[in-house]
Design a protein around this ligand. Structure first.
Ligand code: 6PG
Length: 247
């Protein structure tokens, strides 16, 4: 079982700085070792401050953006210009401001009306990006994840059949709570990463952070507990408010 590194920052702004420093370091290490850096961004609102930091000096100038390949851990089934789109948030906060080659940005094709087709297209995109050996999983250098108040991560929600997916890279589960489908990386892809970093801020997450990190293991109920990289680092980047219930 992966022992997580837990890093607690005083406030959300310092948390974003810590995450930016780690992003820069991970990008440099991956580029040096493999000539590129493959990262899956998280959705939601927490990552926005981090992405904005990366879009401006000094962090922008410390990343070899021509070597960065950006994908997403999950996406809402909305058009890419919808205000709910994780892609739109990342484009506005980061991608419009850094010189990543357009062909190195791997959006989840939500303009495809059939969510199952969208999942299959994204699955094929990832297979082309990583060209995994038979029986191997694509291995992102870094996957960012957020944490929902009830313990979901990416778009792996409590009770989701996607939690049991062991063959496909990408699933398109119905999320009862949202009355919507989502597109999400599956647990085997997440757990194949060289590093998975949760980015969690705010007092409203303190109880669920404690449950995930200190509570009994029940991934069906608390999907974030399924994240345990097989041969990679697990990092929890928290602000003090989100870490308040950790002893
Ligand atoms: C999404 C996510 C989701 C998110 C958490 C936390 O598309 O919403 O990927 O897993 O990371 O719900 O969201 P906040 O950062 O907005 O609290």
């Amino acid at each position: 079982m992966t022992t997580p590194e837990i890093q607690i920052s005083p406030d959300p702004a310092t948390l974003a700085e810590e995450a930016a420093r780690r992003f820069v370091a991970a990008a440099a290490a991956a580029s040096a070792a493999r000539g590129r850096f493959t990262v899956a961004l998280s959705g939601g609102s927490t990552p926005r401050a981090l992405l904005r930091l990366l879009a401006a000096p000094p962090y922008r100038d410390r990343v070899a953006w021509d070597r960065v390949h950006v994908a997403w851990g999950d996406e809402r089934c909305v058009p890419p210009d919808d205000e709910q789109s994780n892609y739109r948030m990342a484009r506005e906060a980061l991608l419009d401001h850094v010189p990543i080659p357009h062909e190195q940005i791997y959006c989840i094709p939500t303009e495809e009306p059939d969510h199952e087709v969208a999942a299959r297209v994204y699955d094929a995109t990832l297979r082309r990006l990583f060209n995994p050996d038979p029986g191997e999983w694509p291995r992102f250098d870094l996957i960012h994840l957020g944490l929902g108040p009830e313990g979901h991560t990416a778009s792996l929600f409590p009770g989701s059949p996607a939690l049991d997916e062991r063959d496909r890279l990408v699933a398109a589960p119905w999320v009862e709570k949202l009355s919507a489908h989502r597109i999400t990386l599956t647990p085997p892809v997440i757990n194949a990463a060289r590093e998975v970093a949760f980015l969690v801020a705010g007092a409203e997450k303190a109880a669920i952070v404690r449950t995930i990190l200190r509570g009994p293991r029940d991934p069906a109920e608390y999907p974030a507990q399924i994240v345990a990289p097989t041969d990679g680092r697990l990092t929890w980047l928290l602000d003090r408010a989100a870490a308040a219930h950790l002893d």
